[in-house]
Design a protein around this ligand. Structure first.
Ligand code: G6P
Length: 601
């Protein structure tokens, strides 16, 4: 995700800002920029699409210097990577950098346009800076708090005012900001690595608290404008650990980010009246048949999408592997739409499918994580998963974000077609809003999944079984395990096991059995009994109470509407795979033979 750095002190801000930004490169970015308060008090900014080196070249040409400034690396979410969309953004007397997503920016933007404001970028951020400028009369703090009162979503902000030289205001909600304190200098940043080479002393900015950084000092106040003192902390991390937010692996960090990434993906897509994907999808009436296409986990997300869309929207859906679909001479015609799912947006086979669709004049919808990627650019319609950069090869947060978008798409299609009752619609929408909190609860039981991994890591094979949506979910659970732990694993529709594969079940073979729907619960339990009676050790994954006795271990899920339960159910399976991989001494973030982005067929 985006990286913020701000500096105030006696040294030249430009070098410290660019070096701080370079330490945040691991967060992923596609453009960068800085604004500096010059010696004459005026604020000047330089920004550029692309790598930091391009920005540094521009900065050198400009000869920019000053003792205070803000810098930003942008990972695009609203608007493609471009100079205009890069931060800082300016409006009137205000210059600002932002990390996060403003959920109600469209509505606020319309209001500001009606007042005559002209926008220069496609970003949600420009709305924030325009609002601060609109509210700014005499008191900058009041203007900032008036703005945070009307924006909804997540933000970390670094703000400068033209008429208040050498001063940076910083505030956050649901996006990180830390404040490093050195001798006569202060560095604000999204993450500790940005200032670790300068100082280890820092403050953690609390939600809604405002930091005022001026001439190398920092003070704190809240919305009542009352100043307060804070505890100064000392970082003990080395640079590498700091980049992973203190987690030993990116995969673990990314799994833990899921409450936030689900929120960032889902919340901006549901408006106050409960309408879904209003900005992304105009007309859906032409859709008669959907082909969901992707590779690996993206294709697995599609399997869950199929179960949901067919159940609620009654539109036939096929799920296809991109490398097969592109050569299968698929039967496509009027009313068909291809939904391409891809985290990277660069997977060669998926990209080829988009090109094929174009040749055949079939409309395409891309569900993509990387803004401005090839698939995002090629698709007729794009719905971004706002999961942020994913660094671990094994996808986790991008997968759950993809599934959540498919659920949103299914709900939208169902609403447009009148195939879902109001009560069901509202219940699922409400459940989607509860998803981030429920995901947090699942993550709280991490110790349990770790213990299970210790119990089963020496197994030779493992099977995953479930019915309906749980069968789809098992495909991903099994893939996660095998790709990072190298344990042989297979996923089966629970009812299909007895047609061959059950011959592989013998004493002590672990079977993960998932049952998240009431309708299939008893049938899955019967299938579990079939394997336990042949000696299998079953780990039962469910939100339902049961009488026990037919499994060895249980992963209990928190209650949520069962239609979206797979998003919660995959989290323990991801963590289980992670800890099995650790126990087996594997390279979790970079499993052998695998690549994050597969740009060859
Ligand atoms: C690779 C990754 C998988 C991913 C697949 C599709 O195999 O290791 O995690 O699911 O590619 O990638 P995409 O970027 O298109 O989602």
């Amino acid at each position: 995700m985006c990286g913020i750095v701000g500096y105030s002190g006696k040294r030249d801000a430009v070098g410290l800002l660019t070096s701080g930004l370079s330490k945040l490169e691991y967060r992923g970015y596609d453009s960068a920029g800085i604004a500096v308060c010059k010696a004459d008090g005026t604020v000047e900014m330089v920004k550029s699409k692309g790598r930091l080196a391009i920005l540094e070249e521009k900065l050198a040409n400009k000869g920019l210097s000053g003792n205070a400034g803000i810098g930003h690396t942008r990972w695009a979410t609203h608007g493609e990577p471009s100079d205009a969309n890069s931060h800082p953004h300016r409006s009137g007397r205000v210059t600002l950098v932002h990390n996060g997503i403003i959920e109600n920016y469209m509505q606020l933007k319309e209001e500001l346009i009606a007042e005559g404001k002209v926008f220069l970028s496609d970003t949600d951020t420009e709305v924030v800076v325009a609002l601060i400028d609109r509210f700014y009369e005499e008191d900058p703090i009041e203007a900032i708090y008036k703005t945070t009162a009307v924006i909804r979503g997540s933000y970390a902000l670094g703000v400068m005012f033209d008429d208040i030289p050498n001063t940076i205001y910083a505030i956050r909600k649901d996006s990180p900001l830390v404040i490093g304190v050195g001798k006569d200098e202060v560095i604000i940043a999204s993450d500790i690595p940005a200032f670790l080479s300068e100082t280890r002393d820092y403050y953690l900015l609390d939600e809604g608290e405002l930091a005022i950084v001026r001439d190398g000092t920092v003070s704190f106040c809240d919305a009542t404008l009352a100043e307060h003192k804070k505890e100064l902390l000392t970082a003990s991390w080395d640079v590498e650990a700091a980049e992973k937010g203190g987690y030993p692996h990116f995969m673990l960090k990314e799994m833990h980010e899921q409450p936030k990434t689900l929120k960032d993906t889902v919340f901006p897509r549901i408006d106050e009246a409960g309408n879904i994907l209003k900005n992304e999808l105009k007309d859906t009436s032409y859709i008669k048949r959907i082909h969901i296409v992707g590779c690996g986990s993206a294709m697995h997300a599609g399997l869950l999408g199929k179960a949901f869309i067919e159940k609620y929207a009654r539109v036939p859906v096929s799920v296809e592997i991109a490398s097969e679909f592109r050569y299968a001479n698929p039967v496509l015609g009027e009313g068909d739409v291809i939904v391409l799912i891809s985290q990277s947006g660069e997977t060669a086979d998926s990209l080829a499918v988009i090109k094929l669709a174009k040749e055949l004049n079939i409309p395409t919808v891309g569900i993509v994580n990387v803004v401005g990627s090839s698939i995002a650019r090629a698709a007729d319609t794009v719905i971004y998963t706002n999961a942020g950069p994913e660094i671990a090869v094994a996808t986790t947060k991008a997968y759950t974000a993809q599934v959540s978008v498919l659920y949103l798409l299914g709900l939208r299609l169902a609403a447009d077609r009148g195939t879902i009752g109001t009560a069901d619609y509202n219940a699922i929408v409400e459940a989607l809003k509860l998803l981030p909190e429920a995901a947090k609860k699942v993550l709280e039981n991490e110790e349990h999944y770790k213990e299970l991994a210790k119990e089963y890591f020496e197994a030779r094979d493992m099977f995953f079984i479930g019915r309906g949506q749980d069968s789809a979910l098992c495909c991903e659970g099994s893939l996660k395990l095998k790709e990072i732990s190298y344990m042989h694993s297979e996923a089966y529709a629970a009812g299909e096991l007895k047609h061959g594969t059950i011959s592989l079940i013998s004493e002590g073979v672990p079977v993960v059995a998932v049952a998240t729907t009431e309708a299939m619960f008893e049938k899955t339990v019967s299938n579990i009994k079939e394997v336990t009676s042949r000696g299998a050790d079953v780990i039962f994954v469910t939100q339902f109470d049961d009488v026990g006795g037919f499994y060895k271990d249980k992963i209990a899920l928190p209650a949520i509407h069962e239609a979206i339960m797979p998003i919660l159910a995959i989290i323990p399976l991801q963590l289980f795979a992670y800890y099995v991989s650790i126990e087996r001494g594997c390279d979790v973030d970079k499993p052998r033979n695998l690549a994050k982005s597969v740009t060859v067929e």
